[in-house]
Design a protein around this ligand. Structure first.
Ligand SMILES: Cc1cc2nc3c(=O)[nH]c(=O)nc-3n(C[C@H](O)[C@H](O)[C@H](O)COP(=O)(O)O)c2cc1C
Length: 194
């Protein structure tokens, strides 16, 4: 079996965003693991318009849909905007559905309370898209945010973040292998992917 592929999605696109830092940090940790391949996917590279038709069509939609289709799981790196996920992420998810089915979703949130409210809103969106969210998320709160922004620290200086990243990645790996095998077996038994 080829290594399953997980995409790490940077969910904000504004100039000067913080999102690159947690994405690069979790990518570096995750890439040290055997058996899974990770890649960073930046929503800046998929400039989708707001949904004006459903199912959506167009070149950008096809590129986005194709990217999701080829991967085996999602790791969302998300900010919290007004106690929810950034609109650009919700819009991107509204453009897809079968591409996400029966694949895992994991979360790195950042914000005043670790992006927890955004992540908790993102979980049911993922469930509606038939993804399996991991229980453990990584929450980068005010302490590390200020440490990185104002004191020149790095996210890897915070052991408690690394520890929750390890737990989250263990869960993500379990679900990724399990669901990939399940999807492949379903094709054998049912004749087509569900
Ligand atoms: C429109 C907007 C709304 C925000 N709302 C929240 C919020 O509800 N909770 C929070 O913790 N931070 C909030 N923030 C602060 C963000 O956590 C902080 O700006 C973070 O760096 C945003 O991620 P980004 O830099 O990747 O865009 C908000 C920021 C913006 C731009």
């Amino acid at each position: 079996m080829n290594n399953p592929k997980i995409r790490i999605i940077i969910s904000t696109i504004r100039e000067g965003r913080f999102g690159d830092k947690p994405a690069r940090w979790i990518f570096d940790i995750a890439s040290g693991r055997e058996g899974l391949d990770f890649e960073i996917v930046d929503l800046r590279d998929y400039p989708l318009s707001h949904l004006r038709e459903h199912p959506p069509t167009g070149h950008e939609t096809s590129r986005w849909s194709g990217k999701l289709d080829e991967l085996d799981g999602n790791l969302f790196v998300t900010a919290e905007y007004n106690h929810s996920m950034p609109g650009v992420l919700k819009n991107a998810l509204d453009h897809v559905s079968p591409e996400c089915h029966r694949k895992p979703a994991a979360f790195v949130g950042y914000g005043g309370v670790g992006g927890a409210r955004a992540v908790e809103q993102l979980r049911p969106v993922c469930i509606e898209l038939q993804m399996a969210p991991t229980r453990t998320g990584v929450h980068i709160g005010m302490g590390p945010l200020l440490g990185v922004r104002k004191e020149g620290k790095s996210l890897s200086d915070y052991d408690f973040l690394t520890s929750s990243a390890d737990t989250m990645l263990d869960e993500l790996a379990w679900w990724t292998f399990t669901l990939k095998a399940g999807r492949e077996e379903a094709i054998e038994y049912i004749g087509a992917e569900l």
